[in-house]
Ligand binder design. Sequence first.
Ligand code: NAP
Ligand code: MG
Length: 490
Amino acid sequence: MSEQRSKPTGLYIAGEWITDTDESIVSKNPSNSDEVVAEVAKGDRSDAQDAVDAAVHAQDEWASLTTHERGSYLHETASIIEDRKEELSQLVVQEMGKTIGAASGELQRTIDLLNYYAEVARDAGGNAPPSASENTLTYTQREPWGTAGVITPWNYPIAIPTWKMAPALIAGNTVVFKPASQTPTIAAELVSAFEEAGLPEGVINFVPGSGSDVGDEITTNDDIDIVTFTGSYQVGDHVHTAASDEGKRVQCEMGGKNPIIVDDSADIDLAVELTINGGFTGLSGQACTATSRAIILESVYDEYIDRLIERVESLTVGDPLDESSDMGPKSSAGGLEGDLDYIEIGKEDGATLRTGGNRLEGDEYEDGYYVEPTVFTDVEPDMRIAQEEIFGPVLAVLEVADYDEAIEVANSVQYGLSASICTNRLDHAKQFVRDIETGIVKVNQTSTGVEMQMPFGGRKQSSTETFKEQGRQALDFYTHEKAVYVTHTE
Ligand code: NAP
Ligand code: MG
């Protein structure tokens, strides 16, 4: 029975699980910090080197399979995960605290991504434009790079590794995967599902461990050909420089400070719901695409704010396994402290704290990292709470005179991941799509939530802007393209 299965808790190198390391990572439940979810073997630099060797060793044979054959491993992995969907959704909740509804959505996305890339694999070739010469065949052919280093964050602890590894594998690369130290158990479950699907040994190698040790080895090891990273700008910028210095192809997707603009034609009820769903519910604001700024035209400001505050105050914060909770805890003590620090900064900088602002107390919250959903008004564009990624349920509301000022404020940050406008004016929607400096643009939708067949990636400090993730475009990063000319002489 799936309930009785013991959790995989080791490193996975060359097809073997390794559990006898000197140190371990203790994964704890953020809604009850006394509860140990699992104790996981912790790898170090030399384990990462072993993992790279295993990946290099396995690569030729893996690349020699047809894309159809490689795709069949992904379909099989998807079906194993589907059988465990409920159990694994609960594990995501226990390990990082998003609500069960959000976790279950993440598991479904993981299954869909695996099936999607298995199918994309069937059609992942190049193209064949006709040659200028009658006796020549010209076409392009995609080839894998070799070994891919995969470094991921904790907020989508199974979907993000999947949207990196699935296209990497389909393209014929082998992988060394380092999960976030906060979520090693769910990451190990993903690896274990690939193992059960019969993936040949050495094709995925898994090394939980610290960023400065295992992460740095993956970033700089000579035998890693390409590095894909998702996480904060601070770490990603370093990874980008370090991997580029070693001559590697690198792709980093990083933080965000995503706005929603509400104009004078907007359906205000919809605008409030988009703000609530983008900024608060499910992940407590811990999405890279989370709505963290609301930029509101003055003509609709009072109406919007009154309804927003009412809705925020009606949110249920509590046990994320309970389906009636809108928000669970923050994922860590550090994340909670970060929010509380920014709340102080907001007050000191002169913004008005309209609701929330405190750690939640009382029985239900005692051992968890719970914070109230928080809204600041009278926020000026240059305040730190309007500029910096907080990564929590803390919304900065900015009032503007007109549409032009709204765009100027929206673009006045270093980040450029996602942005949303709530409007019923086609001219505003069109201008917004053109003027906004982000990689993802939403009209009458939340800033969060993407479809996997669409390319994903930011601009400015949200991304290295080298390659997109997801969609067919993901394969561009994981392959290089040869231009082939074949002339026959007869
Ligand atoms: P993080 O602290 O930057 O960590 C991301 C990953 O990098 C983790 O696996 C981490 O390992 C590793 N790492 C740390 N130092 C490293 C180093 N020196 N060399 C190589 N790797 C290193 O980010 P996080 O706290 O996990 O996640 C939150 C951030 O991710 C937010 O900024 C959020 O916006 C961003 N994010 C972006 C996207 C996107 O697609 N744009 C999606 C989701 C999240 P340890 O865990 O062991 O430290
Ligand atoms: Mg971190």
